[in-house]
Write a protein that binds this ligand. Structure first.
Ligand code: PXG
Length: 462
């Protein structure tokens, strides 16, 4: 279907009449009308008006192998004809779930031999909460039930996932967090007062964990849950000192470490798992998104030896699961997706080619008058827009300069996300050098448009 066969106005009208979008002000969207995305190929999507956009967000951090992969459609088609669905309850199992569990155990860091399947990252993290508490019950320490997470971390939108997430505006809706979840600060050096070097700040941020453990009493602390690099919080890449110090602290107090790799897993940071980049040794790993490259929903939890042994050998029945845990068609697509990633050696492509090339291009944007800080790792990157480059002073958040910039991006054919005044990207892992050049040029052009607008409105210092 070409663009002209879509009636955008009709689609927008019915969209606002009937479709409640996630994380959206429905009334505001109705006034403006949604952009309707109708097709995609490689790293590009097209809307109903025929505009092409370079999708530097991989859908929503998930389309790792890019769009238009016939092999994934064929894998789903084959599996649907063979066995579209069967459950894994009641002493039954299905071949694709067995094969995927086996494959994930091979790809995961040593000691991860078991996997629990869910449909999403949120359900993965709800599973984590139940598993962690079950583990300590079985260890004879039922009072050890407090989970520490981070302000501005994102772990999902279910009651558990949103509770782990450190976003006040989410907690304000629905009486969250649930009991037994507390938050510490994030390792965002540029967002701090910058009184310390990044390395010293990284140590300080890790030690907020130790302070919280001591404040609560170590005998009450069950786990620390965190993303290797915070994604939805604005691509916060911690200083190199942060993770080794966190590992030292969780080891010291015997606390479980949970690595939420819903974004960082499957090559995003240049290794199969983000914890392998930082050298941490988590007990549980949450995954979703890129495991299927988003072609079908699938998530889960990789369970390390310490927890697995206790749950399996001493736990009896774990009273938890979903109709679609181990969905055969989703698992078949995941297997094919992982096969593509291996054949194309995508983690290495990110680590040795696309990642370093993106870093060079993206971090050069720091010379732009609006950019205070720009940082990339693997194929995630974020920059901070500032009102005053020399002092690094931020804009008044009420001006919503990030949103202004994002609108210029959309209008110029680029999908880039704004988190406050941080502009972030996570392009498909297959992105090539010429496409990275195109991406950086587009970002620069959008920054120029934003600068002109901000100047015209008199918002720029000096
Ligand atoms: N953990 C992390 C680290 C995530 O990024 C989830 C858990 C939840 O996964 P599900 O599949 O339940 O959505 C996520 C999801 C954004 C954005 O605005 C990011 C996510 C979801 C929606 C929006 O960047 N990440």
């Amino acid at each position: 279907m070409n663009a002209s066969s879509y009636d955008t106005h009709d689609l927008q009208a019915r969209d606002s009449a009937h479709y409640l979008h996630p994380f959206t002000d429905t009334q505001a969207l109705a006034g403006r009308g949604a952009r309707i995305v109708v097709r995609a190929d490689d790293i590009y999507v097209w809307d109903s008006e025929g505009q092409r956009l370079l999708d530097a967000m991989s859908g929503l951090w998930c389309v790792a192998v890019g769009y238009g992969r016939r092999r994934l459609a064929d894998a789903a088609h084959r599996q649907m004809l063979q066995l579209p669905f069967y459950n894994s309850f009641f002493k039954t199992s299905v071949v694709p779930a067995i094969d995927l569990a086996t494959r994930l155990a091979q790809l995961a860091p040593p000691g991860f031999d078991k996997v629990f399947f869910t449909n999403s990252g949120s359900e993965g993290n709800d599973t984590v909460i139940r598993m962690v508490r079950r583990y300590w019950d079985l260890q004879g320490q039922p009072g050890r039930d407090v989970i520490i997470a981070r302000i501005n971390g994102y772990h999902g939108s279910t009651m558990g996932g949103a509770s782990l997430s450190g976003m006040d505006y989410m907690h304000a809706q629905g009486g969250l967090p649930i009991p037994g979840i507390v938050h510490i600060g994030q390792p965002y050096w540029y967002g701090s007062d910058r009184g310390l070097s990044p390395q010293a700040f990284g140590l300080q941020a890790a030690r907020w964990l130790e302070h919280k453990i001591l404040e609560l009493g170590p005998e009450r602390v069950a786990a620390f849950v965190a993303e290797p690099v915070q994604g939805a919080g604005g691509v916060i890449i911690p200083p190199e000192t942060y993770w080794p110090e966190v590992q030292r602290i969780v080891d010291k107090y015997g606390i479980l470490l949970v690595s939420d790799e819903v974004i960082c897993g499957f090559g995003r940071l240049g290794r199969w798992f983000g914890c392998q980049h930082y050298g941490t040794r988590p007990d549980l790993i949450t995954f979703a998104k890129a495991v299927t490259s988003g072609y079908l929903p699938l998530g889960g939890v990789l369970v390390g030896e310490r927890v697995a042994r206790t749950l399996v050998e001493r736990g009896g029945e774990f009273e938890h699961g979903f109709t679609y845990s181990g969905h055969p068609t989703s698992c078949a697509v995941a297997l094919e997706n992982l096969a593509i990633m291996e054949e194309e050696d995508l983690p290495r492509h990110v680590r040795e080619d696309a990642g370093p090339y993106l870093k060079q291009g993206f971090e050069s944007l720091v010379d732009h008058p609006l950019v205070g800080h720009a940082q990339a790792l693997g194929l995630v990157a974020g920059l901070a827009l500032v009102a005053d480059k020399s002092s690094g002073r931020f804009f008044d958040p009420g001006l919503a300069v990030g949103m202004l910039c994002r609108d210029f991006c959309f209008d110029s054919g680029l999908v880039m996300r704004a988190v406050g005044d941080r502009m972030i990207i996570a392009p498909p892992l297959i992105i090539t050098r010429p496409q990275i050049d195109e991406l950086i040029a587009l970002i620069r052009r959008c920054l120029d448009s934003t600068l002109a607008e901000v100047k015209a409105r008199g918002w720029l210092a000096g």
